[in-house]
Design a protein around this ligand. Sequence first.
Ligand code: FAD
Length: 138
Amino acid sequence: MRQIRLIYFSRATRDMTLADLKSILEIARDNNTGLGICGMLCYENRYFLQALEGERSKVNELYLDIIDDPRHDEAIIVSYEEIQTSMFEDWTMGYAASSAQFASMLQELKQQEFEPADMSHEQALSFLQEMAKHQTKV
Ligand code: FAD
């Protein structure tokens, strides 16, 4: 079975509260366990940046469900690639919000605010990887 990693960003349709994020993550973690999908989600400045890894057909199907979710829109795929090794296998869905590490990663990318639209695929991936090491507990 072919494994892929899909990275996309999207715009929240309203400011997300901690309770909103908790509800997204609880369902995501529960569903992803059953689907054998793992990944990482970042939220800040009304942007979501998410990596999804797993079996190709499962990731494709889940992505179509996710982009139908009215809590966000304007989704743009940053990358879609076949992978040999998972980078996020330890997390059914990791999560990171604003923090000192978040700010320092943005500074490295010369961003004042979290703007995934200005990130290349490599930058988005290394941002997600770095933030996976500095997660926000939700
Ligand atoms: P239901 O809960 O019955 O949802 C039915 C519909 O209502 C769906 O369109 C759903 O998107 C929408 N919905 C559900 N709750 C709310 C709410 N509180 N407010 C408004 N609309 C709502 N799910 C995963 O399984 N894995 C993920 O990795 C994942 N990542 C996500 C990332 C983001 C940025 C967002 C916004 C959502 C994510 N979700 C994820 C949630 C996903 O979009 C679906 O809500 C979830 O899969 C359950 O959908 P469902 O149709 O099975 O169930």
